[in-house]
Design a protein around this ligand. Structure first.
Ligand code: ATP
Ligand code: MG
Length: 367
């Protein structure tokens, strides 16, 4: 008998042989990085049909750490044993002690080499445990689940299933750069692209020291989901550009354009770094209609700034949905901390800018 973690994955299984091999390999590397960074020792990780199995003494600690590795759908701290039904009964009895009154057995044959089918195991093992421990079978509303998975001649027994985030292994979808502020939305935007397999690096414009300190803590939390990739960041002092630009806009009576100029500057800088370093896209935390300036018109004006794709993964989410995700990734508490308001924001920001007007203001400013 051996302690291990059963790792289940989702979409990888649907891919062609070649893609699956590559994605599995990436997932495996990311898992190793996660275990190493969390100081969890393990003897090996094997890739078997539809599962990855991590051999470790610290099955629970490993499962909790690995939850943050994208591509994984769920994990179970488990015991690997010979697929001998009498021994399975004995071990299940031991594992089911003090786990509650209502239970169900969930057997699954991943490979079909065990002589009983899953229904038979559910029934016979269920009846055995019910009688021995005076339990009650409840398929929907149970205190614990006695899981048994059969795989290549072995049985894996577990009573816990930890749900993970799914997505794709980080790294299989290239690299992008995310404009991250100290607010709630952009960290979630970065996380969502990481979840879909992108390696994400960050760019922050430092406008206030407080905002920058919050950003640093956000980055640290995002790193906890970026196994296989050390997040790089680009910090730019936003004050010189914004002071000069705001002053010039005020002189021309166009103060309300400050935010658009500011966001365009962000995008231009990000595009420059993308071209230089080979990132494929820019990510932002913009949403539709969340703040006065986030109109479809303004977003169009912003898009005209750069030739590289601008991805806005939280565009369509309601605020409470974004907050929920921010809580999950532990950035909400940080983003919510008080900080001084941006000193450059005008009282009435432009809500319906047009590209023509923007271009004429630009000409006016720099003539
Ligand atoms: P967030 O919650 O991410 O701050 P927001 O709803 O406050 O977003 P805006 O202030 O309009 O929206 O900013 C839009 C986007 O511009 C942000 O989501 C982020 O991607 C980027 N951004 C804003 N401020 C900064 C900054 N100081 N450094 C880098 N990017 C920024
Ligand atoms: Mg903001």
């Amino acid at each position: 008998m051996e302690g291990c973690v059963l790792v289940r994955y989702g979409e990888i299984a649907l891919k062609s042989d070649q893609t699956r091999k590559w994605w599995n390999k990436t997932l495996l590397e990311n898992m190793k990085d996660c275990l190493e960074k969390n100081n969890i020792s393990y003897s090996s990780i094997t890739v078997v049909l539809g599962r990855l199995i991590v051999y470790t003494e610290n099955t629970r600690k490993a499962s909790i750490a690995l939850k943050n590795v994208f591509g994984i759908t769920s994990l179970s701290p488990a015991i690997k044993m010979e697929a001998d039904f009498e021994k399975i009964k004995e071990k299940s009895l031991e594992l089911s002690q003090d786990k509650g009154k209502k239970f169900r057995v969930s057997a699954r044959r991943i490979t079909k080499d065990f002589s009983m089918n899953s229904n038979e195991v559910n029934e016979v093992l269920g009846a055995y445990l019910k009688e021995k421990l005076d339990l009650e079978v409840s398929l929907l509303n149970y205190d614990f689940e006695m899981g048994v998975e059969f795989l290549e001649g072995y049985a894996y027994l577990f009573t816990e299933r930890i749900e993970a985030y799914g997505g794709l292994p980080l790294g299989v979808q290239g690299e992008a750069i995310c404009l991250v502020s100290s607010g709630i939305d952009s960290p979630v935007a970065a996380w969502l692209l990481m979840k879909r397999g992108c390696k994400v690096d960050l760019m922050h414009f430092k406008i206030t020291e407080e905002g920058y300190q919050k950003y640093l803590k956000i980055k640290e939390n995002l790193q906890k989901f970026s196994y296989g990739h050390e997040i790089k960041d680009y910090i730019i002092d936003g004050v010189p550009y914004l002071s000069t630009t705001k002053q010039k806009l005020c002189e021309k009576g166009k103060e309300k354009w400050v935010c658009i100029f500011c966001k365009r500057r962000f995008l231009k800088e990000a595009e420059r770094v993308c071209k230089e370093k080979g990132y494929l896209a820019i990510i932002t935390g913009e949403n539709l209609g969340q703040v006065a300036s986030q109109t479809l018109k303004n977003l169009t004006v912003l898009d005209s700034t750069v030739k590289i794709p601008v991805l806005r993964p939280v565009l369509t989410y309601d605020k409470n949905e974004i907050v929920e995700m921010a809580r999950t990734i532990n950035t909400y508490q940080i983003s919510k901390e008080k900080e001084p308001k941006c000193p450059f924001t005008p009282n009435y920001p432009m809500t319906a800018g047009s590209i023509e007007e923007l271009e004429s203001i630009e000409r006016m400013l720099w003539e």
